[in-house]
Design a protein. Structure first.
Lengths: 789, 290, 264
């Protein structure tokens, strides 16, 4: 009996925190229809403010906490509502979801710009003397910190319950969950009510963030992402509506999953280490799949749901047949040849390596093109399927000495099987719930499987050799690049063929209307299974290739592995933002993922900017649910038509475009021409030169950098740079780097060209977009299809 | 009219029990037979013990006020909804537990009251996809070898349907660009592409003007004559019903009110009350027409 | 019961007609609501084309037409649920086009929508309070509740019951109780009789009569054409999204037969 009390006392505070976040989720989901995954990030922001002020600036702890919880966090939530989610009201659920995912990745990074990148140890507690113990019985004690958590949470729960039950505002919020339209008809400003709800949810998230801070040894964003998902499980237990049940859900996770089960099984046993971290995800998954009430969507409860007009239909995309052929037969191959030539013969080794990485990622991203682009389903577990491929190859070649190429095939098949397993719940779930369930599965895989020896290896990583086959050693970078490129090409064509064939057409029909598809003798179950398996197969291939490229697949317990669920989020956001329906979308997404950090380094911006920009890219997605690339294409088609009709407008546009490009290119050219040669390598080498430079430095200083006189350092440093550049030019045989300025200008020119080209080449624009795969685009991805997932 | 109202309210109950036994049908030609189909949503009974028979080559009407359960009944027939009770047989085979796509392949085509189109596809693509699924020849492996595109055969079959319903001018336009009326025809064409022996039409004339409605009835007649397709027609437009059907079922509040030959049913005072309400008299001239 | 309905209609019609006629005579220039050249639609489907009509103070106007011709869309445009793509709405001569639905509701146009029109998860009392607090303020709300229960004792008995558990007729009563207690300028009654047993329909129409007798204008959208005509002073016939005919009921009655056979 006393054991039970111990479990309850230990688990209770955590359960309270889960309950707080869960209520924030329920509140905004019900009042504004946004399933806000960004709450994890919002809680982190509040905790960061609390840490910064309370610990680093030595503010009184109460003031810091109050500022974080009562001011910063509610304002942040209000801001998100006002600037972002308000405009997405009529957008499909998936669009809001991707935008929230973008914020989840971007917000912590933005915060870090101010908060600092270094590790933040030992977050403070709200309690004055957090570790002081209070006795409940002789054996059962509770620390002051936990006591404060419990008291604060219970107060908030009581206040919220009272608010909902006895106040006008609460009444309005409850009414709005049923039908915002009907609330409006009663003369109540529904927008205002949902804004208040957002502010309130911000307060809840902030409170959870501050209370949660002290329970972890470090203040890290991924802790908060974990907190978020656990809280979703609690919210799901409350069927996304009931406050007491939500709280109970939090308690079950914390007390039963966190304390009782480990207690009964024995804390030290292996099975416990499987089950304990997986419990919330298992619970979430089970609830989503087995409780039918939870999937009852808003549409069925809102009698006025039909009032919102369906999203506008697409302007059909017109393509000139002749130009189309030109693109396909000449420009596309020419572009590919140019890229191959550049990578294989012109650029230094670093670029081969980077582009190879991009190609491997593009294969993984292609799996998202298949799944989300063809069937409209959103899976957040693609990085784990990729991991399945990578770990399989590693284990097979390491333990049994298999040829990695055969291992790759095998790994992809295992990933496909895993995908088919995921498809089983997908039959019944859709949209939001499928996304959440796949994320739960991904976290489950990471927690329960990645740590096993037979998956992630003994030291949390598996070596993956590169294959030797057909008398070629793919261990070298260039042959390996060719291998990857060939595989990407094959798979791309496979995807195009599938899209054109019965499978693709059936899936497209199902997106339009699953009911009508079934009534037209199409078996929806079969084709959902196929698309999931096919997609995960591709992800498995991509993961295996990426593993070979890296030489190792790591499980990354600090969340840094590319196969961790977090990257599954980033991948989806990235691909969906850029364009999920075309191959080119996947390829551009992969290349920007790899090359963007280089660009940032070159622009002297912190590397975090890439994640920030990716995150905000997701918000632009709200305006272009078909993807940025697709939107651009459509815009150019539209503009071309306008230009044709109005030559004067065309001339004006062309003039502006050239002017803009000159405005960008000329200063760069001038600046680099006037700078001394010695300074160039700062901009040029990205990462190569500093390495070379370091080698030279070590050589000059006899491997004793500390022994050099401080006054001589600058001169010595400069000499090192010169030496390094010479060495680099010598070994790589490339002089391109000396023309760094011109190179840069060319890059910017190309960038400007892509950006402004609709105006520059009128109708010829289609020809100027060479990476467009064969241009057999089906007219009309519409927002509505995104809904029908 | 006022007296009829009172009688209608009282008469609803006893009538449906009589209707359950209706159906002096030649069992040899029974195509579809629904027995005691019931469906509840939460606490509300949407359908209660509905019995219905459609014979081969026959056009049968199913009418009733809004919310009477007609669309729910269609969904139960096609397996889009699972009825809580009752049995549906088609060509003598019990299809009650069969998934929708199998029922469709057996030869039940349907249209929808609220359009259910494959957004983003052209009319021709709709038909090509349906033709492929009807044949059941699609497979992932063929697709991977670039053999998954429409064959000449399928193109011919689709063209045949396009000509049949007269969609030639719009065949290669995306369905979003067509009017509601034309889209109803697209749905009909898609259903016909299944070469059905039974067509379930859910308010095909809603949103059509008179001329279009007449054209639709002609198309239906043509199909029925040439291909012998049986039709179960849910319709609000009584003029169309009277023109098209031979037998009529009346559904109200999820129960079968009555059934029988058109003239008989239309003359039934209970029907006139429950369904036609106080304006049944306006229908008299229409019936005289046909 | 049947006779009661009959007599009710015969008595009230001329009476209301007289009121409307008088109203029109006094201020012919500014009707309560003027709908001017409205176009509206859902996405690619336009469902209203250049619809114009006016609603006089205190009069009942019926919108008639076949299924799917745009009746409900018209009602939704009037209450701001659907934004028109062209045209204007004038309330007392003031342009209210494009105002959010809640502002239009506060200006006195109340929409009783078709289908289920109560908050199923809220209790009867909460349903009423939601409206009363928004329209009358917190202080007046309890008194309004009291009046609602006096008018509809059945609702008083079930004040703590969830509205979703009420019968269809009781839900309609609840819907109408909000209107009866605090009569709006204009009540938009959208297919109120849909899916109700005839006896309940009678009750609903009696309530509408009462509402009308308090001076509230009514815009009625109905399938039961004859009943609507019995209540209305003016009628607007819509077909394929356009107004075919409009005017006093007596004149319209002749046209009705033309459009009724093509749809109930």
């Amino acid at each position: 009996m006393e054991d039970l009390l111990v479990y309850i006392v230990r688990g209770f505070p955590a359960g309270c925190v889960y309950g707080l976040v869960a209520m924030a989720i329920v509140l905004t989901y019900k009042t504004s229809g946004v399933f806000n995954l960004a709450f994890g990030a919002q809680a982190y922001v509040a905790a960061a403010v609390f840490y910064k002020l309370g610990k680093e600036h030595d503010w009184p702890i109460g003031v810091a906490a109050a500022l974080a919880v009562l001011v910063v966090s509610p304002l942040l939530a209000l801001g998100l509502e006002y600037f972002i989610f308000r405009h997405m009201r009529t957008q499909p659920l998936v669009v809001k979801l991707v935008a929230a995912l973008g914020l989840l990745t971007a917000l912590p990074e933005i915060t870090k710009l101010w908060f600092g990148k270094e590790i933040k140890n030992l977050p403070p507690s709200v309690a004055p003397s957090p570790d002081r113990l209070y006795k409940i019985t002789d054996r059962v004690t509770i620390t002051q910190d936990r006591l404060v958590t419990v008291i604060a949470s219970l107060l908030v729960f009581a206040a919220l319950t009272a608010l909902f039950r006895y106040t006008v505002l609460g009444l309005r919020m409850r009414a709005i969950t049923e039908s915002p339209r009907m609330v409006e008809l009663a003369g109540v400003n529904a927008n205002m009510v949902s804004r208040v709800a957002w502010t309130l949810s911000g307060f809840l998230a902030g409170l959870a963030g501050v209370l949660f801070a002290h329970t972890e040894p470090q203040l890290r964003p991924d802790n908060y992402t974990g907190l978020l998902i656990v809280s979703i499980a609690a919210a799901a237990f409350g069927l996304f509506k009931s406050i007491p049940r939500t709280l109970a859900g939090g308690m079950i996770i914390a007390i039963v999953g966190g304390q009782m089960i480990p207690g009964w099984l024995g804390v030290e046993r292996t099975i416990t280490s499987y089950i304990r971290p997986s419990f919330p995800f298992l619970m979430l998954f089970a609830i989503l799949v087995f409780v039918p009430g939870i999937r009852q969507s808003r549409e069925t409860t809102d009698p006025l749901a039909g009032v919102d007009p369906p999203p506008p239909a697409l302007a059909a995309s017109y393509r000139d047949a002749q130009l189309d052929r030109l693109t396909r037969k000449i420009l596309f191959p020419a572009f590919i040849a140019a890229v191959l030539y550049l990578v294989l013969f012109l650029l230094p080794g670093l670029w081969v390596s980077r582009v190879t990485e991009g190609v491997c990622l593009a294969v993984i991203f292609l799996s998202i093109t298949v799944l989300t682009g063809l069937s409209g389903q959103l899976s957040l577990a693609q990085s784990v399927f990729a991991g399945a491929g990578a770990f399989t190859v590693g284990q097979l070649s390491e333990r049994y000495g298999w040829n990695p190429l055969i291992g790759l095939l095998f790994g992809a098949l295992i990933a496909a099987a895993a995908g088919a397993l995921v498809a089983l719940p997908a039959m019944r779930l859709g949209g939001l719930y499928l996304a959440v369930a796949t994320f739960a599965l991904a976290l489950l895989a990471q927690n329960a499987l990645y740590g096993r020896d037979w998956v992630g290896g003994f030291a949390g990583q598996v070596d993956i050799p590169r294959p030797k086959a057909f008398g070629i050693d793919f261990g070298e970078d260039k042959p390996f690049f060719v291998l990857c490129a060939v595989i990407l090409t094959l798979l791309s064509y496979a995807v195009i063929f599938v899209r054109r064939g019965s499978t693709g057409r059936f899936l497209f029909a199902m997106r339009g209307s699953e009911t009508a598809a079934a009534a037209s003798a199409i078996n929806p179950v079969k084709y959902k299974l196929i698309v999931f398996a096919f997609s995960s197969f591709i992800a498995g291939v991509g993961g295996a290739l990426l593993g070979m490229y890296q030489g190792v697949a790591s499980t990354g317990f600090e969340g840094q592995s590319i196969f961790s669920p977090f990257y599954g989020l980033v991948f989806v956001v990235l691909v969906v933002t850029l364009g999920v329906r075309t191959i080119q979308g996947a390829i551009v997404a992969a290349m920007s993922f790899v090359l963007f950090p280089l660009l940032l380094e070159w622009l002297k911006l912190p590397i975090e900017f890439s994640l920030i920009l990716f995150g905000f890219g997701a918000i632009t997605f709200a305006r272009h649910p078909e993807g940025i690339m697709e939107a651009n294409t459509r815009k150019s088609v539209l503009r071309a038509a306008e230009n044709k009709a109005n030559p004067r407008l065309a001339r004006k546009r062309r003039l502006i475009a050239w002017a803009m490009m000159c405005a960008i290119a000329v200063p760069v050219l001038v600046r680099s021409a006037t700078r001394d040669a010695g300074a160039t390598e700062l901009n040029v080498g990205f990462t190569v030169l500093p390495i070379e430079c370091g080698t030279a430095w070590e050589a000059y200083t006899d491997f004793d950098p500390e022994g050099v006189d401080a006054a001589q350092r600058p001169a010595l440093h400069s000499a090192c740079k010169t030496e390094a550049r010479k060495h680099f030019t010598h070994t790589s045989g490339i002089k391109l780097w000396d023309y760094g300025g011109a190179w840069k200008a060319l890059f910017l020119f190309l960038f400007g060209f892509l950006r402004f080209s609709p105006s520059l080449i009128d109708g010829r624009r289609q020809g100027g977009r060479p990476s467009d795969e064969s241009g057999e685009q089906v007219p009309g991805p519409t927002d509505r299809e995104e809904v029908s997932v | 009219m006022s007296t009829g109202e009172g009688a209608g309210a009282a008469g609803t109950g006893p009538m449906e029990s009589g209707a359950a036994g209706t159906g002096p049908v030649d069992t040899g030609s029974v195509l579809l037979h629904a027995t005691d189909v019931g469906k509840r949503f939460g606490g509300i009974a949407a359908l209660t013990d509905v019995n219905l028979v459609v014979n081969t080559h026959e056009v049968v009407g199913l009418v009733g006020p809004n919310g009477a359960g007609k669309t729910t009944f269609f969904n139960c027939l096609l397996g889009i909804l699972r009825p809580d009770s009752g049995i549906v047989t088609f060509r003598g085979i019990d299809i009650s537990r069969m998934p929708t796509h199998k029922r469709a392949r057996m030869g039940i085509g349907r249209t929808f009251q609220r359009l259910e189109l494959f957004t983003g596809m052209t009319v021709r693509e709709h038909l090509l996809v349906t033709e492929r699924s009807r044949r059941g020849t699609g497979s992932l492996w063929k697709d991977l070898l670039n053999q998954g595109g429409p064959t000449d055969d399928e193109h011919a079959a689709a063209q045949e349907t396009i000509d049949l319903v007269g969609l030639g001018a719009e065949a290669d336009k995306p369905v979003e660009s067509l009017s509601l009326g034309r889209n109803r025809i697209v749905e009909l064409a898609r259903a016909l592409q299944l070469r059905p022996s039974l067509l379930l039409l859910d308010e095909p004339s809603s949103g059509l003007d008179r001329k279009e409605t007449h054209a639709l009835v002609d198309v239906l007649h043509g199909i029925q004559q040439s291909q012998g397709t049986a039709v179960l027609l849910v319709e609000h437009d009584l003029e169309m019903v009277v023109r098209a059907v031979s037998r009529l079922y009346v559904l109200d509040l999820g129960r079968l009110l009555t059934s029988g030959p058109v003239e008989e049913v239309m003359a039934d005072p209970n029907v006139r009350e429950a369904y036609l309400g106080s304006m049944a008299e306006t229908l008299s001239p229409t019936r005289g027409d046909s | 019961m049947a006779t009661a309905t009959g007599s009710g209609t015969t008595v009230s019609s001329p009476e209301a007609g007289a009121t409307a006629g008088a109203g029109a005579g006094v201020r012919a220039t500014t009707p309560l609501l003027a709908v001017e050249h409205i176009d509206a639609g859902y996405g690619p489907f336009r469902s209203l084309f250049d619809v114009s009509f006016t609603i006089e103070e205190g009069a009942a106007t019926a919108i008639l037409g076949p299924n799917g011709c745009g009746k409900t869309t018209t009602a939704r445009v009037v209450t701001g649920l659907v934004k028109p793509t062209a045209g204007r709405l004038l309330l007392d001569g003031v342009d209210i086009t494009g105002l959010p639905a809640w502002r239009i509701a506060r200006a006195g146009i109340i929409h009783a929508p078709e289908g289920r029109s109560v908050f199923a998860s809220l209790t009867v009392e909460e349903n009423l309070a939601l409206t009363f607090v928004a329209q009358l303020g917190k202080k007046e709300s309890p008194r309004a509740l009291q009046r609602a229960y006096e008018l509809f004792p059945r609702l008083g008995e079930r004040r703590k019951q969830q509205a979703g558990t009420l019968s269809g007729g009781e839900q309609r009563m609840l819907s109408l109780a909000r209107v009866m207690v605090n009569p709006p300028r204009l009540l938009v009654a959208d297919e109120l009789s849909l899916g109700l047993a005839p006896i309940i329909v009678d009750e609903v129409f009696q309530t509408l009569e009462t509402v009308k007798s308090t001076g509230t204008s009514i815009l009625i959208v109905e399938q039961h054409v004859q009943r609507a005509l019995a209540l209305a002073d003016h009628a607007v016939l819509i077909s394929k999204g356009s107004v075919v005919a409009s005017g006093p009921v007596e004149e319209i009655r002749a046209h009705v037969d033309e459009i009724i056979p093509s749809g109930l």
